[in-house]
Design a protein around this ligand. Structure first.
Ligand SMILES: Cc1cc2nc3c(=O)[nH]c(=O)nc-3n(C[C@H](O)[C@H](O)[C@H](O)COP(=O)(O)OP(=O)(O)OC[C@H]3O[C@@H](n4cnc5c(N)ncnc54)[C@H](O)[C@@H]3O)c2cc1C
Ligand code: FES
Length: 512
């Protein structure tokens, strides 16, 4: 692990004293106009681009772990040696430069060329990926990065190529992210990498024996290996009296656009469900000047996931922006603009957005006869009960080595990382999925980062102050930290993740 050392931007080509770079510390500077970070591990020195290729996070404020550097914003992980994006959410490498130590000075020299693609042998005749979301795209991307050259097809029920789904409820909905920022990859990416992206196409069945998938349009696709990355669908609640056009859900780009279309002519909205998505929608609608009422059955928003203290804090954040909560109840009926709650409270709204959770999309796996237990059951290699068929993302339930339990989560980064590991295992790499779960959520100007996984806990420890928006909240069971939420403490979040990884490694070494 490392800390960051602030220095003024120097031209690193001219060299700087070795003593300025203690072990595990980073120095920022410039090379030919590009911002660069130099890091030291023991007697080794590394120079790497200063900005993460996900959203441009400042790597100098991140964490060095062994020969990797972690981004403070959403925990992407890069190799210090090659700049490779080892773990999502970054998908592209950062540049690296050769570093030379001469006498008592360090010089940054020429830029290193990316490593050539690996030669792969004994690979599947073709790979079909069902799902054009986080896991599906990350898997296709990794297959090509790992040198897989065979036919590669993504079948997606979505109208649009894979998009930055988390942004659908945040900046895009709030109007601060442009439409052309949303695709994860530009159109020529698919052409250049020969990824056949079938949009508005749904797989209706999988035949594991014949190794075929059938599409709803009647087309048959053969596969050598199959990845099910079917994600999750919003839970749909029947609401008495509501018309279809009044009730909106949010999963796809098209859904977000539909909310925007309603918002363009609306003054008031009701969000049903104090979920992450529901509350992010509330924040984005407020940014557009729309008055929002949130209706939810729990006592505090997000109480089940983040506990009462953090839930109350998030509620106050929204109340300070004039969001009105109606907790402990739900909608009983809708008549035109009039929305009546179970308590009898009457609200006025142009439309409703339902954010009451999702359920994993399991129908294909069920039909194919794969093992299912509240998610598609996979082993540590993300392979299902049928050899050659893998699953990743919101639909998959995997043996999490950190909790010792099978878990299923709905986190963007986990889905992408699972897609990446599944891709490697499709190529026979036998890599275990052992990443520490991580997610983030954004409420106005407050970013919440969560590492680990705690379904139940017996103690919550708050270091710092929620009110001051500067704290770490640790969820413990039997004295062991299961998960840590941070606000304005990004480095601490990375350290918590690294310490959970180290704990697992030490357990494994003790067993070996
Ligand atoms: C609005 C919103 C905001 C979010 N914000 C955050 C956040 O801030 N942080 C975070 O960690 N997570 C966030 N998430 C959750 C995150 O987006 C998901 O965990 C992630 O997208 C899961 O990836 P996936 O690949 O499993 O599924 P998805 O990304 O949902 O992709 C599933 C794909 O499968 C396709 N599909 C399903 N069935 C079929 C079929 N039969 N045939 C063909 N295609 C099929 C779908 O069309 C889709 O393309 C958010 C989710 C939403 C909706
Ligand atoms: S900006 Fe680096 S992981 Fe998101």
């Amino acid at each position: 692990m490392a800390e960051t050392q602030e220095t003024k931007k120097a031209d690193l080509r001219h060299g700087f004293p070795v003593r300025d770079l203690r072990d595990g510390v980073m120095v920022s500077g410039e090379v030919d106009g590009e911002e660069v970070v130099v890091a030291r591990r023991g007697e080794e020195f590394f120079a790497i681009g200063a900005h993460c290729t996900h959203y441009g996070g400042p790597l100098a404020e991140g964490l060095i772990v062994e020969d990797t550097i972690r981004c403070p914003w959403h925990h992407a992980c890069f190799s210090l040696r090659t700049g490779e994006a080892l773990r999502a959410p970054a998908l592209d490498r950062v540049s690296c430069w050769r570093v030379e130590a001469l006498g008592d000075k360090i010089f940054v020299r020429e830029k290193l060329t990316p490593l050539p693609l690996r030669d792969v042998t004994d690979v599947p005749s073709s790979v079909v990926i069902v799902g054009g979301g986080a896991a599906g795209l990350a898997a296709a991307d990794m297959l090509r990065r790992e040198g897989y050259d065979g036919p590669l097809i993504i079948v997606s029920g979505d109208d649009s190529p894979p998009v930055d789904r988390p942004n659908l409820s945040k900046d895009y909905l709030a109007g601060t992210a442009q439409e052309d920022w949303m695709p994860l990859r530009p159109p020529d990416y698919y052409r250049d990498r020969r990824i056949d992206l079938l949009l508005r196409s749904r797989v209706s069945s999988v035949d594991p024996k014949r190794k075929q998938v059938s599409l709803e349009n009647g087309k048959l696709l053969e596969f050598g290996a199959l990845l099910l990355a079917t994600g999750a669908d919003p839970v749909r609640l029947p609401i008495e009296g509501a018309t279809d056009s009044q009730v909106l859900y949010l999963r796809t780009f098209a859904d977000s656009k539909a909310i925007l279309a309603q918002a363009a002519r609306a003054k008031r909205a009701v969000v049903v469900g104090a979920s992450f998505i529901g509350l992010e929608v509330a924040a984005s609608l407020r940014a557009r000047g729309i008055l929002v009422d949130v209706v939810a059955p729990e006592h505090q928003p997000l109480e089940r996931v983040l506990g009462v203290e953090v839930g109350l804090f998030i509620r106050k954040l929204h109340e300070a922006r004039d969001v009105t909560f109606h907790l402990g109840e739900t909608v009983s009926r809708v008549r035109g603009r009039t929305i009546t709650l179970t308590s009898g409270t009457v609200l006025d709204a142009d439309f409703l957005v339902l954010g009451v959770g999702v359920h994993p999309s399991l129908s294909l796996a069920e039909q194919a006869g794969l093992a299912i237990d509240r998610g598609i059951t996979v082993n540590e290699y993300l392979e299902t009960s049928v050899a050659g068929i893998f699953a990743a993302g919101d639909a998959a339930r995997w043996p999490d080595p950190h909790t010792g339990e099978r878990i299923r989560v709905e986190h963007w980064v986990v889905a992408e990382r699972q897609g990446q590991v599944a891709a490697k295992n499709i190529l026979g790499r036998r890599e275990k999925f052992n990443a520490v779960p991580f997610f983030w959520s954004q409420h106005y100007d407050v970013a919440i980062r969560y590492v680990g996984h705690a379904e139940k806990w017996d103690a919550v420890e708050i270091d710092g102050s929620l009110e001051a928006r500067d704290c770490a909240v640790t969820y413990k069971k039997g004295g062991r930290a299961l998960a840590v939420v941070t606000i304005s403490r990004d480095l601490l979040s990375l350290k918590a993740e690294a310490s959970m990884e180290a704990e697992l490694l030490s357990q494994r070494q003790q067993v070996a």
